[in-house]
Design a protein around this ligand. Structure first.
Ligand code: FE2
Ligand code: FE2
Length: 320
């Protein structure tokens, strides 16, 4: 390593240690850049693939009000994808490359979106649990060391908290409805609980990138810590709903001051990650087809921008 590079690295490390932000034009280690590109693009992919299980219910939402709310939520997720792709682009990767990696199966997205949404209560459970787990994961990212990612997360988190509340509100309405509606709410809870716990990623011992990301202030808390917080936050909410957490081993541990919970089926998690979840193929096919069907919009936007630039150039020649 040359003396200049050593200085740059020392400056980078001092910045991270002092909790200052690293900006796109600052020098950064290659591995830091690569880690961020992987994490931010995966995050962006999760936002736009996450639109699919919920978009599935827009036409079937039970009232005009619910339809408007769900439509707004799904649009928010598209916006989250946009902020995050833009943040990743500041690291030198193109959007085309990222989308290509997603569409060819090279890039990953959150395994949770490979589960089906089979009843309206699933939309409640997704908002309550999936957006709830996302908030738990994402609030610490508002303080992450990479400036563009941290700033994108501030806005994302504000919107996620609305998503979580709308989901809880659907669950509350159904849990207080007819016995059939309550049964649908419980059934959705049963199916989404464990995949939501898996959203925090493997246990700390099996999480390959965690240690380094903590040192770089990309990650602030371990997967297990965040998962525990989520359980501690969600169990009282389930009690309020009058629903039963689908875990016979769940109980309050007075000594730890936390809930103990049962073992997670990591075989299922890795199987879904590998592409064998209930909806992996369907999600990817829907994404690729949406991208292909949107090609004319991208072309039209480019043609419009070129026409405007031409007009601006002409009028500035006239002015001169
Ligand atoms: Fe989101
Ligand atoms: Fe959300």
């Amino acid at each position: 390593m040359s003396p200049v590079e050593m200085n740059l690295e020392a400056r980078f490390e001092a910045y991270v240690a002092e909790d200052k932000k690293i900006e796109p034009k600052d020098w950064m280690p290659d591995a830091y850049r690569k880690t961020l590109i992987r994490q931010i693009s995966q995050h962006a992919h999760s936002e736009i693939v996450g639109m699919l299980p919920e978009g599935n219910w827009i036409t079937r939402a039970p009232s005009l009000k619910r339809k408007a709310i769900l439509l707004a939520k799904v649009q928010d997720e598209a916006g989250h994808g946009l902020y995050l792709y833009s943040a990743a682009e500041t690291l030198g990767v193109t959007r085309d490359q990222m989308l290509d990696d997603l569409h060819t199966g090279k890039a990953k997205y959150s395994s949770i979106f490979n589960y089906p949404t089979i009843s309206w209560a699933d939309i409640g459970a997704v908002g309550w649990l999936v957006d709830g787990a996302a908030i738990m994961n994402q609030v610490p990212l508002c303080k992450c060391s990479y400036g563009p990612y941290a700033r994108a997360m501030v806005r994302v988190c504000k919107e996620e908290s609305f998503h979580q509340r709308q989901g809880f509100q659907i669950m509350l309405t159904m849990a207080q409805g007819t016995p059939e509606q309550k049964a649908l709410a419980q059934d959705a809870f049963n199916r989404w609980w464990w995949p939501s716990l898996m959203m925090f990623g493997p246990s700390d011992a099996d999480s390959p990138h965690s240690g380094q990301s903590m040192k770089w202030n990309i990650k602030r808390f371990s997967n297990d810590e965040l998962r525990q917080r989520f359980v501690d936050m969600t169990v009282p909410q389930a009690e309020l709903l009058g629903l039963t957490v689908p875990d016979p081993d769940l109980k309050w541990n007075e000594d730890r001051g936390h809930y103990d919970f049962g073992a997670i089926d990591w075989d299922e998690f890795f199987n879904v990650i590998k592409g064998n979840g209930p909806c992996n193929k369907e999600r990817l096919a829907a994404r690729v087809s949406a991208h292909e069907r949107g090609a004319w919009v991208r072309e039209a936007a480019k043609a419009h921008a070129a026409k405007q630039a031409e007009r601006r150039a002409k009028s500035s020649t006239h002015a001169a």
